[in-house]
Design a protein around this ligand. Structure first.
Ligand SMILES: [Zn+2]
Length: 98
């Protein structure tokens, strides 16, 4: 579960699952998305967005083996493998935060 606080309206926003996109009602339009799988958050002014959950200690990056570009980031391997299975030219890299 991911959570951020909007420092403008002080609302706490929680994303409970992967497609749970939540946005506050004030002018900063702070939002969060991704549930347990990844953290995507933003707002008009990022300095007014405070992330309340700790970063995961590891992530699984999907990389395009032709361009070496990172396509997506997942927090658990099962989701990364499920997504990668639909592409031919994708590899999974495990990234451990220290
Ligand atoms: Zn707000």
């Amino acid at each position: 579960m991911n959570a951020v606080r909007c420092r403008q309206c002080r609302e706490i926003l929680v994303s409970k699952h992967v497609h749970d996109f939540v946005r506050c009602g004030c002018a900063n339009q702070t939002f969060i998305d991704g549930g347990d799988d990844y953290i995507r958050c933003g707002g008009v002014n990022m300095s007014l967005v405070k992330v309340l959950v700790e970063r995961p200690d590891r992530a699984f990056l999907l990389r395009d083996t032709n361009t070496y570009g990172i396509l997506d980031v997942f927090r658990n391997r099962d989701d990364a493998e499920e997504y990668a299975a639909s592409f031919d030219d994708v590899e999974i890299l495990e990234y451990v935060l220290r």
